[in-house]
Design a protein around this ligand. Structure first.
Ligand code: ADP
Ligand code: MG
Length: 640
């Protein structure tokens, strides 16, 4: 199947409308229309009706220049597109001396194409405009003082000065200063975010009241913004299944219409001696009516509008197909830590076993955790800081996904992780088990610390559900999600407590990354299509196994952007029900568009064959259908 639907293409869905071409086209259209008006005026208001025919012919010729050019190109590729149909219809109309019809058809057609191209462009630009958010030059500070540098020349490591009210030009990390930054252009989040030393800032966002010095971390082509724009653009290029269906449909549709037109023009004349002019005219009307313009744009225009709308809310949908799939999702499965919980954990218990002090226990744990990415690590490190203990530098640190972390500190091998990990290694004692159970009973997650195969103690960390998590779960139910599940590597009792607070149906705890994949498959076979919501890297296999993988807090995380089918820039859970509603609305929108365009076509084909439709009515119907389809689709951009 061809990449572009040229064989049935209307102007917009056909080839590259070069900007200058579009401009000249506009003028030709205007001149053709003016000539039509002049011709009508001659006929009605002046005593020179003999001028009307030449004026109509002139209008036809001017208006037909571009369609003829395109028709020729289509024929050389051995395809039949709408331009061919139009040119045949116009030549036919001239042959039977219907000059007025020919001129009206041509100018209406030109005007329609011009209008459609405009509105489709506008939907596309909504995304392209994101890139314009970035500046063209950057204020850089180096040995020579401050100077403006072309944005393409700025390499990672350079120091960028961001003045109050400036757009931030590149991704980077704040080195000094404090400010509030409006990230709405990327995240859709209306409240500004506070930024100070050590925080990440992103290209395309807008600085508030303070001045910032920012160390650039990515070249312009690699910024989060550039990647988002690139991903959305390639999303638009890929075709949704619905669209593939329409392409297949059009493959046999256009040739059959041409056959039917030939039969209408010849059979009644030859078999029943009917007048040739009448039946040729009906055949021409049929040709014009049969343009599947509205049908061809019905899906892409809805998808593009939905993608643009989602992008405005900080939701990046990487292909139309993910929206179609999401609309059919029956189960939503959440990861726990960092997804339904804030991921900002606190260490609330440190219980040594044996002679060690609590401070030493925290110090040892913090030493290995200092090189871990897990949210638990941050909790242990800040507890160490609060207690005034200094972690040592660890060596040979290794993450044990879903279980814990291990490494060497001053020659001893330290392991931090779940009771399960310790049991598997045969170091768990009954005393440690009892302490861990006590910590679980208090609603904390236990982290067992062992040195050289001996358990030294158990830490308790607490994580809180995001404030809106329970509401989001009930919101999902209200939107027709049959089952909400939580899949986590955490301890069973802790997971159950969180699960019942949020009101999920199904809690699966103690799941390693591979178990999460099995859990997804189980959910799918029991209840139907599954959407997995996770927070990135360690959930990657589960995200890939689900029918739709949604990653939260994707801004600034390249890995998250890669793994996800749908990436939510912020960590606002409410974007999940929003995206599901949007996907359903998009599918409904596409169905309405397809029904409208096929219905209108069918009605007009009947009118054409029975001789009740005229050529210009046919063009008007076609234009009307396309305009309705576009208007209907564009509503998705404002969907909330
Ligand atoms: P979730 O599925 O809830 O996101 P993970 O799969 O990331 O959780 O981790 C599962 C469990 O493994 C955690 O609850 C924790 O007990 C343990 N764990 C993972 N990484 C670490 C670490 N760096 N330090 C201590 N414990 C860890
Ligand atoms: Mg997680």
């Amino acid at each position: 199947m061809a990449e572009q639907p040229d064989h049935i293409g209307c102007a917009h869905c056909a080839d590259e409308p070069a900007p200058t071409g579009a401009h000249i086209r506009g003028w030709f259209t205007a001149i053709a229309a003016a000539l039509v008006v002049a011709a009508c005026a001659m006929g009605w208001f002046t005593p020179f009706p003999q001028w009307t025919a030449p004026l109509f012919i002139a209008a036809t010729v001017v208006g037909a220049v571009f369609p003829a050019q395109r028709a020729w190109r289509s024929l050389t590729r051995a395809t039949l597109d709408i331009n061919v149909l139009m040119v045949v219809a116009v030549i036919g109309a001239m042959v039977i001396r219907q000059f007025e019809e020919a001129a009206l058809v041509v100018s209406l057609f030109a005007a329609a194409q011009w209008l459609e191209a405009q509105s489709l462009d506008r939907a596309r630009q909504a995304i392209g405009r994101l890139l314009d958010l970035a500046a063209t030059d950057v204020l850089i500070q180096d040995d020579g003082g401050e100077r403006r540098v072309d944005i393409e020349q700025v390499a990672p490591g350079a120091l960028m000065i961001v003045r109050p009210g400036d757009k931030i030009a590149l991704d980077g990390i704040v080195r000094s200063g404090r400010s509030d930054v409006n990230q709405a252009p990327i995240t859709g989040e209306s409240l500004p975010t506070d930024k100070s030393e050590g925080d990440e800032v992103f290209a395309g966002t807008i600085n508030g009241h303070g001045a910032l010095t920012v160390a650039v971390t990515r070249r312009r082509a690699d910024t989060t913004l550039a990647r988002i724009v690139h991903l959305v653009e390639s999303a638009q290029a890929r075709r949704a299944p619905m669209q593939q269906f329409i392409d297949r449909f059009a493959c046999w549709y256009t040739p059959s219409v041409v056959m039917l037109a030939i039969l209408i023009a010849t059979v009644p004349v030859i078999a029943w001696g009917q007048p040739f002019d009448t039946w040729l005219y009906r055949a021409l009307v049929l040709l014009v009516v049969s343009c599947p313009c509205a049908l061809v744009i019905s899906t892409p225009v809805s998808i593009v509008s939905a993608l643009a709308g989602a992008a405005r809310h900080g939701v990046l949908v990487k292909a139309g197909i993910h929206l179609e799939r999401l609309a059919g999702v029956r189960v939503v499965a959440f990861d726990k830590t960092g997804t339904v919980t804030t991921g900002r954990l606190t260490l609330d218990a440190a219980r040594p076993i044996g002679s060690m002090t609590a401070d030493d226990l925290v110090r040892l744990a913090a030493s290995v955790e200092s090189q871990s990415e897990h949210p638990i690590a941050a909790a242990i490190l800040s507890a160490a800081q609060a207690r005034g203990v200094r972690p040592d530098t660890p060596g040979e640190v290794r993450a044990l996904p879903g279980l814990g972390v291990e490494g060497r500190v001053n020659g001893t091998s330290i392991v931090c992780g779940t009771p399960r990990l310790m049991s598997e290694r045969g170091v768990m004692t009954s005393e440690a088990e009892a302490v861990a159970m006590d910590i679980v009973r208090q609603g904390m997650s236990p982290v067992v610390v062992a040195a050289d195969g001996i358990v030294l103690g158990v830490l308790g960390v607490t994580d809180r559900p995001k404030p809106d998590a329970a509401r989001v779960v009930s919101d999902l139910r209200a939107n027709g999600v049959a089952r909400v599940a939580m899949i986590t590597g955490d301890h069973d009792a802790v997971a159950r407590a969180t699960g019942s607070q949020l009101g999920v149906d199904d809690v699966r705890a103690g799941q390693l990354p591979a178990d999460k994949v099995a859990a997804i498959e189980h959910l799918r076979s029991a209840h139907g299509a599954v959407a997995m919501i996770g927070d990135g890297v360690n959930d990657a296999p589960a995200l890939a196994a689900a029918d739709v993988g949604i990653v939260m807090g994707a801004m600034g995380s390249d890995a998250a952007l890669e793994t996800a089918d749908i990436a939510v820039m912020t960590d606002e859970l409410s974007k999940v029900p929003y995206t599901i509603r949007l996907s359903r609305a998009t599918l409904a929108n596409i169905r309405a568009n397809v029904a409208l365009s096929i219905g209108l076509k069918a009605a007009f084909v009947l009118l054409a064959v029975s001789g009740m439709a005229t050529l210009w009515m046919a063009v008007l119907a076609d234009t009307g259908a396309s305009a309705l389809v576009v208007a209907n689709a564009v509503r998705l951009r404002r969907f909330s």
